[in-house]
Design a protein around this ligand. Sequence first.
Ligand SMILES: CC(C)(COP(=O)(O)OP(=O)(O)OC[C@H]1O[C@@H](n2cnc3c(N)ncnc32)[C@H](O)[C@@H]1OP(=O)(O)O)[C@@H](O)C(=O)NCCC(=O)NCCSC(=O)CCC(=O)c1ccccc1C(=O)O
Length: 285
Amino acid sequence: MTDQTTTATTSSSRATAAPAVPAFEDVVYERRNAAAIITINRPERYNAFRGKTVEELIKAFRLAWADHGVQAVILTGAGEKAFCTGGDVKQRAETGDYGSTESGMFEIGNLHKLIRDIPKPVIAAVNGVAVGGGHVLHVLCDLTIASSTARFGQAGPRVGSFDAGFGSAYLARVVGEKRAREIWYLCRLYDAATAERWGLANTVVEPERLMDEAMDWADEIAEKSPTAIRFLKQSFNADTDHQAGLSNLAMSALDLFVASPEGAEGAAAFAEKRTPDFASKVQYH
Ligand SMILES: CC(C)(COP(=O)(O)OP(=O)(O)OC[C@H]1O[C@@H](n2cnc3c(N)ncnc32)[C@H](O)[C@@H]1OP(=O)(O)O)[C@@H](O)C(=O)NCCC(=O)NCCSC(=O)CCC(=O)c1ccccc1C(=O)O
């Protein structure tokens, strides 16, 4: 999982010539059989994303979309601890944002839409903790395969953030209203068995089996008609596509909130390893 070459690696007779892969810093992009494997590669930050990470993930998903040899995408995290822990809270505490990007924007909403819009199934291989914006990423994937060591949850209200777009509305579609509200209001972490029982994970395997299992699912998908799969994915999405509008609204609200004293308090408290004092910072009653 360390391939950082300039062309995607392929090993399938089904594969066509793969497009060139840019030199990524926060993401690793590989081709294996008819699957693109996209790995968030910031293990020292538990694979939290900064603006650059999101920008590279967008490029990686576009590569997979454009590559006719790719029939499924696997999204995972580097190392054994974390799939993705959402926004880089330390970066936010330091600079008040998620760091510089080429576009000048933090494009998490566009990444969400891309995971939904790419007309190929996206499989989350959840190798560790999936929390906050990292939890939203796996929820948006078509399928989730979890390591038995994986943990799942939302953290925004604990660190001065929220995703009130797909992060709330689509989560409720997946697990139901009561469980979605519990996940967001209590910010607990749930184990892999609970995630499977709640329909957050399709299956749970031992950690050493995770990538093989994800590849088996991708290979099985690759035996099917790409056009049939494409229409099915678009059909599944159509019923919740209105949530993209909600997502735009939610991201605008979040931009304002994270810059407020209450939002900033959450990030500062996390970085300083202390309990946040939200109550004294609330401006909106
Ligand atoms: C994930 C934990 C539960 C793991 O706990 P534990 O196993 O005890 O390990 P730790 O010792 O806590 O962590 C190890 C190491 O990793 C660092 N780390 C972990 N998570 C992050 C992170 N998100 N950012 C930066 N660094 C992180 C941690 O500090 C440790 O480093 P040391 O140097 O060893 O101290 C636990 O770590 C945890 O709860 N992490 C925080 C999870 C979190 O709050 N995530 C962010 C949620 S909010 C979010 O993701 C929304 C982002 C977003 O989608 C968004 C969208 C659109 C617009 C704006 C936003 C936005 O602004 O938020």
